[in-house]
Design a protein around this ligand. Structure first.
Ligand code: F6R
Length: 608
């Protein structure tokens, strides 16, 4: 996820563009850049780090008088955060500049082809490949609009792009495919941006561009057409009523809610480029050069550790690799770290900066283990120090409580299980294809279900808001989800909650159950259902109330049934996760807690 903006108007463009980027900084903040055309040539300024670094550079230069420009704030997906990878990227002949949000899946093929034609590349980005592809198309097609459309139809993936040409200094082009892009219609000035807050102080009139559409924009005009055949598009100008702050949250009350609702996209983005064309296998080039681990220790903290616990089940089942999951703060101080040949360590961290996880990584490396990292933040310490890193591609997570990051971690762990299972020739092609088919169906299922899940969470939160304690029960992979449900409830609503493997209840915790101590049970239609069901009966026999998450047609003795769609085996985890997140979110919001910044917590725990 990155932020892009384009401006054509009557004001000096660069200050407007930078101001707009500030309101998109939540979309990415590892590097930023701007471009405009000045005296017939591109002026491109780029800086690594937060926008302030770019502003510092700009303040050291003579101000630009151009009234058309574009900018970018980056959240790296290809290539480390560095100036060479920052946008805008110029074409080889310096006639075109491009900013881009998204992933061009076939960029390596295109890059190879362009390199054979003599193009040179100065970055590791897919964006630089695309801008050179446009140059290549423009060589034989003098109409830039047509050349742009031709290049876009050759690029597969998800993108929102903004393009400028030195030959048309007062115009820019933009296009979208499965990534957000909105046109802002002003008076004597027009905008495009990845999100509405960027231009909201200037105009409330917007056109939501659709997938496969492109637009040419000047200060006084815009023309929207279809990329496929350049036919004109009928559009509707809408008026936005939100203020800037509400708009940054996409109209959601909190970032946490927005991030929960982003999970369908997190799943599609996480799969982009990682599935074979026939959808029967997984591509994880990061792991190609390494042996399949003989054993794996998964090391992480908090929610990331719960993702690891969940992943353990799927990796053991599909790849038959023995796994142990360890809390980083314990692992780092173990008396001895003992490794067998080809045993590896996988550290999981959204931020890539968690002190205990980083220390565990260093200790494991010192003891001779190969360490794999699973991170969201590109170029973070863990990403840099791991022997090999896989990125979750979930985009920045603003809310302190981790939600979409866990979903993205679970996804990559599933892909790793399929990948290693295939390399060990354990998973049949049919099983792989069935898993991938389910994975591919998840974004759509979640998209459809999230609103009704949210409504159900509201109802149950009001009903159970008096509780001071909660148990969360699950078995198998749902035990990890029970732990996560309990963590979310306590960190957000400050209600004491414990997650237990359902079978452990009668070994002590059941003594706590009474009519004021409810239980949240995860009871899916799998082979463990009868067991969880009898644990629920035991709770109810002690007057404990039970909320049960289950699938249609399951007969359960619960006080409240929360029915979710039936998704095969482990993949049901992706459906249960937002149920738990939404319940905690609604509890906290109903009780008036600070949802996005719970007390005593920090987003990145960089101290021990
Ligand atoms: C809980 C939460 C924390 C983090 C933990 C690890 O909602 O956010 O438990 O999961 O601090 O953080 P990362 O994944 O950044 O290492």
């Amino acid at each position: 996820m990155c932020g892009i903006v384009g401006y054509a108007g009557h004001r000096p463009a660069i200050p407007v563009v930078v101001e707009e980027l500030h309101r998109l900084e939540y979309r990415g903040y590892d590097s930023a850049g701007v471009a405009c055309v000045q005296q017939g040539a591109f002026r491109v300024v780029r800086a690594q780090g937060k926008l302030s670094a770019l502003e510092q550079l700009l303040s050291e230069q003579a101000p630009s008088t151009a009234t058309t420009g574009m900018g970018h704030t980056r959240w790296a997906t290809h290539g480390a955060p560095a100036v060479r990878n920052a946008h805008p990227h110029l074409s080889n002949d310096a006639s075109l500049a491009l900013v881009h949000n998204g992933i061009i899946e076939n960029y390596l093929e295109i890059k190879k082809d362009l390199a054979a034609r003599g193009y040179v590349f100065h970055s590791e980005t897919d964006t630089e490949v695309l801008v050179n592809l446009i140059q290549e198309c423009h060589r034989t097609e003098p109409d830039l609009r047509k050349a742009f459309a031709r290049a876009l139809s050759m690029a597969h993936g998800a993108y929102a792009v903004c393009l400028m040409s030195k030959d048309e200094p007062d115009a820019f082009y933009a296009a979208r495919m499965s990534a957000p892009l909105i046109l802002g219609v002003g008076t004597g000035e027009n905008f495009v941006a990845s999100d509405i807050p960027a231009f909201l102080p200037y105009t409330r009139k917007v056109v939501f561009l659709e997938d496969g559409e492109m637009v040419r924009v000047t200060s006084s005009s815009f023309a929207i057409s279809r990329v496929q055949d350049l036919s004109p598009v009928d559009y509707r100008v809408e008026t936005i009523e939100w203020d800037v702050q509400a708009a940054q949250k996409g109209g959601y009350r909190h970032f946490m809610l927005k991030e929960i609702f982003e999970q369908p996209k997190v799943l599609s983005d996480g799969m982009a480029g990682r599935l074979l064309e026939d959808a029967k296998g997984v591509r994880l080039p990061e792991l190609d050069g390494l042996p399949v681990p003989s054993r794996l220790s998964i090391v992480a903290c908090g929610t990331s550790a719960h993702a690891g616990m969940w992943g353990r089940h799927i990796i053991e089942a599909l790849a038959e690799i023995p796994i142990q999951v360890e809390i980083a703060s314990e692992y780092r101080y173990k008396e001895k770290l003992l490794f067998q040949p080809d045993e590896m360590v996988l550290v999981i961290s959204q931020s890539g900066e968690t002190a205990d996880t980083l220390a565990a990584l260093r200790r494991a490396k010192e003891c001779g283990a190969k360490v794999l990292g699973l991170c969201n933040v590109v170029g973070s310490s863990i990403a840099r120090e791991a022997d090999c890193v896989l990125y979750t591609q979930a985009g920045p997570e603003i809310s302190v409580a981790s939600t979409k990051a866990m979903c993205s971690q679970m996804l990559v762990l599933t892909l790793m299980a399929l990948y290693w299972g295939e390399r060990k020739q354990i998973v049949s092609e049919a099983t792989r294809a069935a898993c991938i088919e389910t994975l591919l169906s998840l974004p759509q299922i979640l998209e459809k279900e999230l609103p009704s899940m949210h409504a159900q969470a509201k109802v149950l939160a009001r009903k159970y808001a008096q509780a001071r304690n909660f148990f969360y029960l699950g078995r198998g992979h749902c035990y990890a989800l029970a732990l996560e449900g309990a963590l979310k409830l306590k960190e957000l609503s400050y209600i004491h909650a414990e997650g237990y493997a359902a079978g452990e209840m009668k070994h002590g915790p059941i003594a706590l159950i009474d009519s004021a101590f409810p239980t949240f049970a995860i009871c899916l239609a799998d082979e463990l259902l009868p067991k969880v069901k009898s644990n629920m009966v035991e709770v109810q026999a002690r007057q404990g109330k039970v909320i049960a998450v289950t699938t249609p047609g399951v007969d359960l003795p619960a006080d409240d049934l929360w029915i979710v769609p039936d998704v095969p085996s482990f993949m049901s985890g992706f459906i249960v996760l937002p149920v738990l997140q939404l319940f905690s979110y609604e509890m906290a919001d109903y009780l008036g807690k600070d949802v996005d910044q719970p007390r005593n917590l920090a987003k990145s725990v960089t101290v021990e």
